[in-house]
Write a protein that binds this ligand. Structure first.
Ligand SMILES: Cc1ncc(COP(=O)(O)O)c(C=O)c1O
Length: 428
């Protein structure tokens, strides 16, 4: 069976055109790093199901935990406590940075971002929010108001939330000041002082929100000094620092949360995607001091903290801990990073390879050094035809996210890297 002949059309008549499917094939089974199409074709899923399957498809411990919970009870609606939900909450706050020890469960990344923004406004009594150009925080109206990775996501939805101010994301490869991280002295942090001087005084700002590793916007890790600088600014003015770890959390970068690389603890953190290995679950996590000001009735949910999702979350976190997957992510990601950086040295079409752990971005440029989305798309297509699933990111879709499950085997990793190198060569 040729990959071009796969079953592609079912669903096209019932899904809104806005529904997003990267590739038109139907999955019949998933296991670890591998998915099989309905026609029986095998693919390596190096998207981890959009950054969700950090321990792979259908990890047996997750399946078992969810099945056991399904047989006991499925839903509580917050009417009464569920031991599964309490246990997942305790497990999650045991791995969040010190001091972030209370949480509110919801269902999706966008919902967690909504919750974080509401928490910041409610508890500070201030309104203004500073976020980064290029960020992706979700599709609901609040989250969309701080999402600027593409105007396509915002078209026809204005007016969005007022009092949102934007600063450049510290995306060093495309530094707007033409500086390098070694010598720039985090010049881009000055944009925040300029906002305070010209647009909104700091005492009216409730939060600064950032992805410590820019995801959808192009896969750029924020340099540690930048995140440390944000922490000082927030401390100076009593502003809440929010880290959106929806994509970069739960071991993806080789630490439980990406902010640990910089040694910076935010006041509020959002968690979603990988936390329950594909079951819908997200959380707003903060300190007891902040959370206790969020009074009864100020926020709520029917499905958030669903017991089956929570049983899966507890199992997921235990698997990462017990199978040593933070260390594994560092080793596997390190191997991939050095292979890909070597490849870049021999192929000028790859302008930059960057990452931490198993969160790696590969950016394509043309001969003039300009973003090359066409080459990037061609490489992704070529990889797909050879059985490796990847997805792009960035405004010009010229970067590839290389994000295998953290428990990818050496054989799977080598197979994927070989396919990638061949695809780069074949698309020249
Ligand atoms: C950093 C970040 N925040 C928020 C979201 C929104 O998550 P969801 O799609 O679950 O609403 C995403 C989704 O990709 C994300 O990457």
């Amino acid at each position: 069976m040729n990959k071009d002949e796969m079953v592609v059309n079912r669903g096209l008549s019932v899904f809104a055109p806005a529904a997003h499917y990267y590739y038109q094939f139907s999955i019949s089974r998933g296991e670890g790093c591998t998915v099989y199409s309905q026609e029986g074709l095998r693919f390596l899923d190096f998207t981890s199901g959009l950054g969700v399957l950090n321990i792979g498809h259908n990890h047996p411990k997750v399946v078992e935990a969810a099945r056991n919970q399904l047989e006991a009870y499925i839903h509580t609606g917050g009417i009464y406590y569920s031991e599964a939900t309490v246990a997942a909450a305790e497990q999650l706050v045991s791995v969040t940075p010190a001091g972030l020890d209370m949480l509110f469960f919801s269902n999706s990344g966008a919902e967690a971002v909504e919750g974080a923004l509401k928490l910041a406004r409610y508890t500070s009594g201030r309104q203004a929010i500073i976020s980064c150009t290029g960020a992706f925080h979700g599709r609901t109206m609040g989250a969309l108001s701080v999402t600027t990775s593409s105007s396509a996501y915002r078209r026809r939805y204005h007016p969005l939330l007022p009092s949102i101010y934007q600063v450049s994301y510290p995306a060093c490869f495309t530094c707007p000041y033409g500086l390098t991280p070694e010598s720039c002295g985090t010049r881009c942090l000055d944009e925040i002082s300029r906002i305070f001087e010209r647009q909104v005084p700091p005492e009216e700002v409730c939060a600064i929100l950032i992805e410590p590793f820019l995801g959808e916007g192009g896969y750029y890790p924020a340099p540690a000094p930048y995140l440390q600088g944000l922490r000082s600014i927030c401390d100076q003015y009593g502003i809440l620092l929010i880290f959106d770890e929806v994509q970069s959390g739960i071991g993806r970068t080789g630490k439980w949360f990406c902010c640990e690389h910089a040694g910076v603890v935010p006041d509020i953190m959002t968690v979603a995607k990988a936390v329950a290995s594909g079951f819908p679950l997200s959380a707003v996590v903060s300190s007891r001091k902040v959370m206790q000001k969020w009074e009864l009735g100020a926020h709520g949910t029917t499905f958030g903290g669903n017991p089956v999702s929570c049983a899966a979350a507890r199992a997921t976190l235990e698997v990462i801990r017990d199978e040593g997957l933070l260390a594994r992510a560092t080793v596997a990601g390190g191997r991939a990073l050095s292979f890909l950086q070597d490849l870049a040295a021999r192929n000028p079409c790859i302008g930059d390879v960057r990452g931490k752990g198993c969160m790696i971005g590969i950016e394509f440029v043309d001969a003039a050094g300009v973003a090359d989305g066409r080459r990037c798309a061609a490489v992704i297509d070529q990889c797909l035809s050879k059985g490796l699933i990847l997805i792009g990111c960035g405004l010009r879709r010229n970067a590839i996210r290389f994000i295998p499950p953290l428990n990818v085997t050496d054989e799977e990793l080598e197979e994927a890297l070989a396919i990638f190198a061949a695809s780069v060569a074949e698309t020249s």
